[in-house]
Every structure is written in C-alpha cells, then in structure tokens.
Design a protein around this ligand. Structure first.
Ligand code: IPM
Ligand code: MG
Length: 363
C-alpha cells in the first residue's frame, strides 16, 4: 500500500496540461503515493448539472489530500444553455467547485506564497517574498445573493436605504473564522522566521464586518509579541504593495480582499504562471495553481506549469515531506535561474512538458 492517497482532479482546459506536468515531477521524486482520479469540470456541469459531483467528494473523503488543476466556468446564460437537453430547465444552478470544496471541507486557510525567483524575467522587483493568508470560507463568498431584495427585508431598520431594484450580496464575517485565519498567519510567521504580519481590511467603510475581523486580528496579534503587527486598508495596500513590495512579509485578510490582493502579488512575481494555492483545513487540503482553465490553450501544452509544480511543493510540505518539497523548490529555482527553458509567458518557446522535464532533471 502507498504511503499517501491523493485525489487527482485535473479538471478541464489547461488544468489537464499542468496536472500532467506536476505528475512528471512527483514521479521523479518517487513520492510514495496512489493518485486517484476524480471527475470534476465543465463537462459534468453540462451532463449532470454539477461540476463537482458528489461521487468526487466521496472519493476525496478516502484520501489524504487533493491536487486540483483548473476548470472552466461561464456566465449564467451560457451555462444554462450548455446543459444537455434532458436536464435543462430543471433548476440546476452552477456552483464553483473550488469555492464549494473550500466551504464543504472547511479548508479555511488559503495560503498563497508569492516569491520572486532570481532570474525570472517577469519579476516586478527582485527580492519579493510575500505570503498571503486569505480567509477561505466566508465573507463575500457565502453565496447569499438576491437579484432583487426580498420584500420581508424591508421590515428591518436601515433597509429602506436599499433601492427596490437593487441586487444585493451579503458579506458575513465571524469572530471565529477571523481568529483562526489570523492565528494561522501568525503561526506561519513564527515557524518560518517571518517578522511582520499585516492585516488588510476596509474597516473605515465596512464598519461592522471589518470591525469584527480587526478585533479578532488585534486579539490574536497580542499573543505574538515577537512578530510585528500592522494593518492597512485594501485600497492603500494596492498602492503600497506596488511601491514598496519588500516592506511586506505575511498578509492576512478576508476572502474577497485576499482574492484580489493575491492576483496583484502573483503578478509581481511573474503572473498567474507562478501563483499557487494551498486550501488548507484541519485534516484535509486541496492544492492548486491559482490560474483558470484558459480554454483556448487547452491541450496545447504551452502554458507555464510552474504554478502547479509549486502547488505540488506546497502539498509535499503539508504531507510532511519537507526534504522532497525543498528539493522540488530548488529544482524550480535552478531552472528559472538558468533561463534556458522558458514557456511563452517568460519569453521562450518551451512547452509545458519541457518545463516539467527540465525541473525533473534537476532533481
Ligand atoms: C481564486 C479564484 C476563485 C476565487 C474563482 C475561480 C472562484 O479566483 O482561487 O482566486 O474567486 O476564489
Ligand atoms: Mg482569484
């Protein structure tokens, strides 16, 4: 029996290409794992009305963690039309599989490291080495939205300010979820010798929800006197990050702000070809590149697999395979530094699999 069981969820589009690339390096590392393929992706929406079928969640329940590629999603009108005729008009509503996995499995930490590897021609500045902790289960992602304000809401004081023809989305921030994400950020800082944690919010406008987040953040920060703690508004953070990215270390924030700030930070270290995520809960985790499925490149094996390979590195760390994780990161860094093998985003013409093999050859 293998040491690990890993749910292997390539998804669709370039999710398949980059997962193949990750498999090349994991095989070269001889990770003692069984990879169990799970159905997930746009085709399952079209044929079953669910992009993440229950059988895949069941399969995941019997594994140590999951590795996810990418999947296509489309706007409501197109999505509804692409359902097979038998299930059209039956009330199926598209749900993002990754958001669902995060919530159903309570993967409350979204960990997004953004490191400028020396020699990457796409680096915005050398030396950037940020880590983002994004709350992954609540905030603007709870999925409670109304195309029109339900009439009973107007019985509540304050609601009269909301126009009758407004669509509304609810933002839920709890003390418990805020505390655990901030604690995860501080624990990471302690374990990895990081000096500073910055909490990002918009407490001057979102006076209730971000007051809850910031109160939790201050409370947890007080338990870690050895780590500097500061905070910034999300808008100012965008400016400061571009101006002085080296001033930041660990960033902790709510779900949507984390979504936004992590794309900004990923771009500073090479773009989505370098952005990787760990969706981590108490006993389970899902690792993925941050990018989407880029359908126009599907099956062409041209996209940069480094984000996905770095997600595999995060998975190795999480499994407790620190040596293999360090070897893999070293191999990625060496290939970037050498600059001989580069995918199109890096100005080269190497393929997805050339890049994976080059990294594997350094192991
Ligand atoms: C991300 C993505 C997802 C998100 C999408 C695909 C729903 O942008 O992981 O950052 O918004 O969280
Ligand atoms: Mg995003």
């Amino acid at each position: 029996m293998s040491k690990y069981k890993i749910a292997w969820l390539p998804g669709d589009g370039v999710g398949v290409d980059v997962s193949d690339a990750a498999k090349i390096v994991l095989d070269r590392l001889a990770l003692d794992a069984e990879y169990i393929h799970g159905d997930i992706g746009w085709e399952f929406w079209c044929t079953e009305g669910e992009a993440l079928p229950q059988r895949t969640l069941d399969l995941m329940a019997g594994t140590d963690c999951a590795f996810f590629g990418a999947i296509t999603s489309k706007g409501k009108d197109v999505a509804d039309k692409e359902l097979v005729p038998e299930i059209q008009g039956k009330g199926y509503v598209y749900r993002s599989p990754i958001v669902r996995m995060r919530q159903v499995l309570d993967l409350y930490v979204c960990l997004r490291p953004c490191k400028a590897y020396p020699g990457n021609p796409l680096n915005y500045k050398d030396g950037i080495n940020l880590v983002i902790f994004r709350e992954n289960t609540e905030g603007m992602y709870i999925g409670v939205e109304y195309a029109q304000v339900p009439e009973p809401f107007y019985a509540v004081k304050g609601m009269e300010k909301v126009p009758r023809d407004a669509a509304i989305s609810l933002r839920a921030i709890t003390p418990g979820s805020s505390e655990r994400i901030v604690r995860a950020a501080f624990e990471f800082a302690v374990q990895h010798g990081r000096k500073r944690v910055t909490a990002v919010h918009k407490a001057n406008v979102l006076r209730q929800t971000d007051a809850v987040f910031m109160e939790a953040a201050r409370k947890v920060a007080a338990e870690y006197p050895g780590i500097q703690f500061d905070n910034a508004n999300i808008d100012a953070m965008g400016m400061w990050l571009l101006k002085n990215p080296l001033n930041y270390d660990v960033i902790v924030t709510t779900n949507l702000f984390g979504d936004i700030v992590s794309d900004l930070c990923a771009q500073m270290v090479g773009g989505l070809g370098f952005g990787c995520s760990g969706n981590i809960g108490k006993n389970y985790a899902v690792f993925e590149p941050t990018h989407g499925s880029a359908p126009k490149y599907a099956g062409k094996y041209v996209v940069n697999p480094i984000a996905t390979i770095l997600a595999a590195k995060m998975m190795l760390d999480w499994l407790g395979e620190a040596d293999k994780a360090a070897q893999l990161e070293g191999a990625v860094a060496a290939v970037i530094a050498e600059g001989k093998v580069r995918t199109y985003d890096m100005g080269g013409d190497s393929s997805t699999l050339d890049m994976a093999r080059a990294i594997a050859d350094k192991l």
